[in-house]
Design a protein around this ligand. Sequence first.
Ligand code: UD1
Length: 336
Amino acid sequence: MKKILVTGGLGFIGSHTVVELQNAGYEVVIIDDLSNSKIDVLEKITEITGVQPDFHQIDLRIKEDVHRFFNSVAIDGIIHFAAFKAVGESMQKPLDYYENNIGSLVYLLQEMKNRALDHFIFSSSCTVYGQADSLPINENAPIKKASSTYGNTKQIGEEIIAESCNAYGMNAIALRYFNPIGAHESIKIGELPLGVPQNLIPFITQTAAGIRKELSVFGNDYPTPDGTAIRDYIHVVDLAKAHLSALTRLLHKKNNSNFEFFNVGTGTGSSVLDVIKAFETASGSSLNYVIKPRREGDITAAYADTTLANKELNWKTEKSLEEGLSAAWKWQQKQS
Ligand code: UD1
């Protein structure tokens, strides 16, 4: 049985990936510092899969603790989710973001290099493309200068991994996520935003639950069919399964180069108004929303060309936008 380290394994995407890994027979070790997750998630993962993952509460910024962990546990691969992810906050606290998102990555890669470990999967983001010149976005689209520190940590992270793979012969895959939504069908794990949600779906579900008065739709003057911005919303369980495919590819040495990257989305763009309509259908309730000016830093449209991921990872999405929204709504109702 292969043992996989999942950093940030109690977070939103991490926890869903741990479930898929355990269901597929992998042994999972989680590192999480609980800075943006709850320890209860460990129990929920155990309830869903019947297996309690090994858990270590470690802050990956503390190099000695990372070193001690690697001295005590032998692993066959790493899926690295642990990172700060709030775009707005990253502009206020750039050094915290660089220390956490880049420092931790360097320490993990150093341990891999020093122990000749292999197989690294990195959480990247479609944010590396900025506003792409053509849609859907394929992996050949140029990387644009990052508009936030958060986005820059993903770009720099990819570069650090590419150079490490080149220099030390390790193999890695970066998955560039589009917009993850939803919750596990058991409704035992889901997204737990801290404070006021910045992302669309948690804001919608909290508005429907009466926690927020109304949803602000940021801009209806974009050059899109209904004037609102377009994104590619992918069900978190589909996204989790992409990690499994990427891991299998590395473990079976099917990768074409030391460092590969794939877009992970559905291939379908939905506008903010499309999402609101789909949510109203999925939840059977109407949503209170107002049109507001555009949010600074937002792009007009992004959705994935999934051809490469479909072919090379032998993976495709199975769940619809409505299923994602319905699960997110059930999850929200369980919280309130
Ligand atoms: C954001 C981040 C991106 C990150 C991703 C993680 C920015 C600029 N980008 O992407 O780097 O990888 O989250 O999920 O923050 N919207 C509203 N009202 C709201 C919230 C959002 O209209 O209250 C709109 C936004 O303008 C956007 C869409 O909904 O058009 C999606 O927004 P969001 O969920 O924040 O994701 P992104 O901005 O695409």
